[in-house]
Design a protein around this ligand. Structure first.
Ligand code: PNS
Length: 162
């Protein structure tokens, strides 16, 4: 059985993330979406909120599991006995940083492979930052994030002083 890990901040998850998750779930037996807890990026959504949104978004994908991790990704990979990381690449600009991370993980744990999936073309422009920017000013989120999580994102921007 092949388990792969799709790590990220998911602050919040977007249709671009979901596209990578769905495609990975067709390629592998099990996909563990790993939400980083201790991000230096000061996420807007708490880890519990990011996990809850992902769980709603993947509810129809039985072989996808949402977990959180802190510390090094390779330590989490060892803990769950996974040896492949999935990353999505939108543009050349993503590549340098992703390549650096892939080589770092390989250096730390040579058994690990990183597999890059290209983004689907309709999501090339999309990022969690773009979603937050649009949500902050009340713009249209349909098509950018799963419809099922739009109310929770809207609620976040109503209650918090973001
Ligand atoms: O969605 P992001 O923020 O681009 O995801 C980045 C992530 C979570 C994949 C990366 O920051 C990560 O793996 N962090 C864990 C710390 C780690 O293992 N660092 C060494 C590899 S660079």
């Amino acid at each position: 059985m092949r388990t792969v890990v799709y790590p990220g901040s998911f602050d919040p998850c977007t249709n671009g993330h979901l596209d990578i998750i769905e495609r990975s779930s067709r390629l592998f037996d099990k996909v563990v979406v790993a939400v980083l807890v201790n991000s230096a990026k000061h996420p807007l959504f708490s880890v519990e909120e990011r996990i809850a949104l992902l769980r709603i978004a993947v509810k129809d994908l039985p072989n996808v599991e949402i977990r959180s991790f802190s510390g090094l990704l390779i330590d989490f990979m060892k803990e769950i006995h996974a040896d492949m990381i999935i990353k999505g690449i939108r543009a050349v600009s993503d590549f340098e940083y992703e390549f650096q991370m892939a080589l770092t993980n390989k250096e730390l744990l040579p058994d690990i492979e990183t597999l890059f999936l290209h983004t689907s073309k309709e999501f090339m422009f999309l990022s969690s930052s773009i979603v937050k920017e649009i949500a902050r000013y009340g713009g249209k989120l349909e098509g950018l994030v799963p419809a099922s999580i739009i109310p929770a994102i809207r609620a976040k921007f109503k209650t918090d002083n973001n």
